[in-house]
Design a protein around this ligand. Structure first.
Ligand code: MN
Length: 149
């Protein structure tokens, strides 16, 4: 089950994060980037695909211009309800720290392969053509960058 890893990592008696439940995709094309001040500040890029939010942790600010390439480390799928989550994850829990929505909107999928996603983001900060390309060294590591218009 795609959300097993998500649920296993969390104690829902303690965290205010949503419990992982798969949904039939209603919008079909939302994305969110959550600024997550955990032990290390990072940005969680989440893209709706197949009823879940596919997720990557980006250690630096996401690229709003061409010419900036960011490492994006794939993390466990998150439930659709997570797209609206903001707030505090309590001390001692997985990902403890503060989560705020840094950008959100819809996207158009242009190409989807096992090791490659091309899409157009319609956010407030993130607008235009982007790519996620899987690196060969480690399947969790992807590159995230803005493409030419
Ligand atoms: Mn995170």
């Amino acid at each position: 089950m795609p959300l097993d890893e998500y649920n296993k990592k969390r104690n829902f008696g303690k965290t205010s994060e949503p419990k992982g439940e798969e949904k039939s995709s209603q919008h079909g094309n939302i994305f969110v980037i959550q600024k997550h001040q955990a032990r290390n500040l990072h940005y969680d890029l989440r893209i709706e695909l197949d009823g879940v939010l596919k997720s990557w942790a980006v250690p630096k600010e996401p690229p709003q211009k061409e010419g900036i390439k960011r490492l994006a480390v794939q993390t466990e799928d998150h439930p659709m309800d997570y797209a609206g989550f903001e707030g505090e994850i309590v001390k001692g829990e997985y990902g403890a720290g503060t989560v705020e929505i840094w950008d959100s909107g819809t996207y158009d999928l242009e190409e989807k392969k096992e090791d490659k996603l091309l899409f157009n983001l319609h956010g407030k900060k993130m607008k235009g053509n982007f790519a996620l390309i899987q690196l060969k060294n480690d399947p969790k590591n992807w590159l995230f960058f803005k493409r030419k218009e």
